[in-house]
Ligand binder design. Structure first.
Ligand code: F6P
Ligand code: MN
Length: 328
């Protein structure tokens, strides 16, 4: 099985980008070690502070952020970072060209129940002579040069796209290396599985309630097939399942906090996952636009997310389209 840097070299990826990806992979291997030791390392529980999103920070959120930040700041080709755990962008090296956004520990409420969590990252190539600002980060997701995640599960896996499909790597814990275990990830167009937090049902838009309502009717409804449901409550784990066996994932708009257009963050959750899903043949939308075409407004922006098996995502998007007026 091939090691990550060798696969990237064989794909003719720029050495500077390979260096950034290797730094991320090294950081995630260290994060995996901390997670693996759990209570033995004293890393569980709350850090006692809130992040920029107003959410309770866990100790591991802070540890994971610090690990990735210190490795990436040392990387000469990294120009700046944006993290879920940092209010503002963090400038790195003036001569660098890569802007790296990341969610250091996705699904961190799973930490205290010893369940799956992940790290998500997104990379843009934006060299520049002027001091870096947040505006440099605000590019549509389609311009990402690489994106991926690491899933800390029963095995630690890195899932990555650099422009040539989507690959999965598994961490060999003894060698400390990510080895290629799936060279060509592809999402089936049809599915009978969906992932959504059903407890929010009454807060969704009318089209979303109608669409999911039809899935729930199964064979007795207009879809004429039974659907299964899964919800890990860590986006990395739910998206990973979809990359492995198809499915629909949705964290749609809801009216609990009308000023928030969704829960998930565009720059370091929706965009990298959307790139992986599209490159694997799936679809990734808000309820009206492709996520990768959105013009970001700020680094911590939230968006509705509907992604996964192409035919099911498009059925959901069609349910949201305005219906033509009919006089009867
Ligand atoms: O990062 C936000 C997140 O933890 C995602 O990983 C996950 O999909 C979602 O929130 C879970 O939200 P909820 O707790 O509302 O089900
Ligand atoms: Mn997250």
């Amino acid at each position: 099985m091939q090691r990550l840097p060798l696969v990237l070299q064989s794909q003719s990826i720029q050495p500077a980008l390979i260096a950034v990806l290797t730094a991320i992979a090294d950081g995630c291997r260290d994060i995996a070690r901390q997670i693996n030791r759990g209570a033995l390392a004293g890393v569980l529980g709350a850090a006692g502070a809130e992040n920029v999103q107003g959410e309770q920070q866990k100790k591991l959120d802070v540890i994971a952020n610090d690990i990735l930040k210190s490795l990436l700041l040392r990387e000469p080709t990294v120009r700046a970072l944006a993290s879920e755990e940092e209010e503002a962008i963090v400038p790195a090296n003036a001569d660098g060209r890569y802007l790296v956004s990341f969610d250091p520990l996705d699904g961190s409420s799973n930490i205290d129940i010893n369940s799956m969590v992940g790290t998500i990252f997104s990379i843009y190539d934006v060299p520049g002579a002027t001091p870096v600002t947040e505006a440099d980060f605000l590019r549509p997701g389609r311009q990402q040069v690489a994106a991926g995640y690491v899933l800390y599960g029963p095995a630690v896996m890195l899932v990555l796209t650099t422009g040539q499909g989507v690959q999965m790597y598994t961490l060999d814990q003894h060698a400390g290396e990510f080895l290629l275990t799936e060279a060509r990830v592809s999402i089936a167009a049809d599915t009978n599985e969906f992932a959504i937090n059903m407890s929010n049902q009454r807060f969704w838009s009318e089209p979303m309630q109608h669409f999911i309502g039809q899935l729930l009717q199964g064979k007795d409804g207009p879809r004429n097939k039974n659907f299964n449901m899964r919800w890990v409550a860590a986006m990395v784990a739910d998206v990973h399942r979809i990359l492995c066996r198809g499915g629909l994932f949705a964290y749609p708009w809801d009216r609990r906090e009308p000023e928030k257009p969704g829960k998930l963050r565009l720059m370091y959750e929706a965009n990298p996952m959307a790139l992986l899903v599209e490159r694997a043949g799936g679809e990734a939308w808000t309820d009206s636009e492709k996520i990768l075409d959105l013009q970001p407004q700020h680094i911590h922006q939230r968006v509705p997310v509907i992604l996964g098996s192409a035919n099911e995502v498009m059925a959901c998007i069609d349910a949201h389209r305005p219906k033509p007026f009919s006089p009867n």
